[in-house]
Design a protein around this ligand. Sequence first.
Ligand code: ZN
Ligand code: ZN
Length: 63
Amino acid sequence: MNCANCGNDDQEWLCDEGDTVYCQKCYHRTLLSTGELDEIECKYCHNMRDRTAYYCRHCNMDQ
Ligand SMILES: [Zn+2]
Ligand SMILES: [Zn+2]
């Protein structure tokens, strides 16, 4: 497995969370089922944000 955002494939820096992999280098999650980033559009700033994170990394609004 590797990170869909930065391409990191160093397992030391990847955290297996079951259905997603968390990259500790760039702080993005990748869905194992699709190999795509596990992100949704923020309804406040419309940037792509981590689906499972409580706060948007761009505008810090909670959802
Ligand atoms: Zn990464
Ligand atoms: Zn946002």
